[in-house]
Design a protein around this ligand. Structure first.
Ligand code: 15L
Length: 273
């Protein structure tokens, strides 16, 4: 496949672009920053929140090549104000989805987040596991923007027939770094497996999965991922003896969003000054 990867210079993007190329896909990078030294694949430097700039990228690419899919990884990874979060996550997705409709690019894979449901208490989860048929329950403005983007994807799937897959990613790191991470870790290799499954699963329509490895202590349902062909192979348990214990471990386990669900919020939502 020929795939446009946004946020290609970011922590997930660097791993996914290499991984997809290793698996035989052609990758085009898109980021606000120039391509990292040494990268040798096509690259566009533009802000995905700028719909004109995104349209220009699609015009330039589609004039010369086909494009099969977009993997949208760009976005600020932490909490910001509500307008900033919506711009970083939802406005960028809208610009890409509009360009896809214009150019008949039909597959959209999105780095959503566990924080779309992060304020869900873990106590009382059936079998200790949270499924995808649950209420949107963000833990932050970051989570609100992820929920809004998932809703936008649903709209474009229903209205324009796009195939869209929201990856509710846990903790994407080379190795788990905390007790919470023993439940929420997504290994780099599993992350690439997950993105490739979302790109190639036949006709998903609108689909959501939890982007985590096969962690013994996992608290998100892996079945939606299995249904899309995502078979994680790694397990954070291999690090169980090594991750540092912290004073906040018990508190961080209260909600599936961990620290995001506990941190003080930016309020008011809108700056009135
Ligand atoms: C996310 O979605 C964040 O982007 C990242 O910074 C981590 O907090 C991660 O979730 C997590 O929950 O560990």
């Amino acid at each position: 496949m020929r795939v446009l990867v946004t946020g290609a210079a970011g922590s997930i993007g660097r791993v996914v672009t290499v991984g997809l190329r290793d698996r035989g896909h052609d990758v085009v990078g898109l980021d606000r920053v120039p391509s990292p030294d040494g990268s040798d694949f096509p690259w566009h430097t533009a802000d995905c929140a700028d719909a004109d700039a995104v349209a220009d990228v699609f015009d330039a690419e589609l004039a010369q090549h086909r494009l099969d899919a977009v993997v949208h990884l760009a976005g600020h990874p932490d909490e910001q104000s509500l307008p900033e979060s919506l711009t970083s996550h939802t406005v960028t997705a809208a610009a890409l989805l509009d360009a896809m409709v214009t150019h008949d690019v039909t597959r959209f894979v999105y780095a959503s987040s566990n924080h779309a449901v992060g304020r869900t208490p873990r106590a009382g989860l059936p079998d200790g596991v949270l499924g995808i048929d649950t209420r949107p329950r963000p833990d932050s403005f970051y989570g609100v923007a992820k929920v809004a983007t998932e809703a936008l994807m649903s709209l474009y799937a229903d209205r324009y027939g796009l195939d869209v897959v929201a990856l509710r990613i846990g903790s994407f790191l080379p190795e788990p770094q905390s007790v919470r991470g023993l439940s929420t870790w997504l290994s780099h290799d599993d992350g690439v497996r997950m993105v490739e499954a979302a790109l190639t699963t036949p006709a998903p329509g609108y689909a959501v999965l939890y982007g985590v490895s096969a962690n013994t202590r996992g608290w998100w349902d892996l079945a939606p991922g299995h249904a899309l062909g995502y078979e994680p192979l790694d397990d954070a348990e291999a690090w169980a003896d090594r991750v540092p214990r912290g004073d906040d471990d018990a508190a961080e386990a209260a909600y599936v969003g961990g620290p995001f669900a506990l941190e003080p919020m930016f309020r008011p939502a809108l700056d009135r000054s």
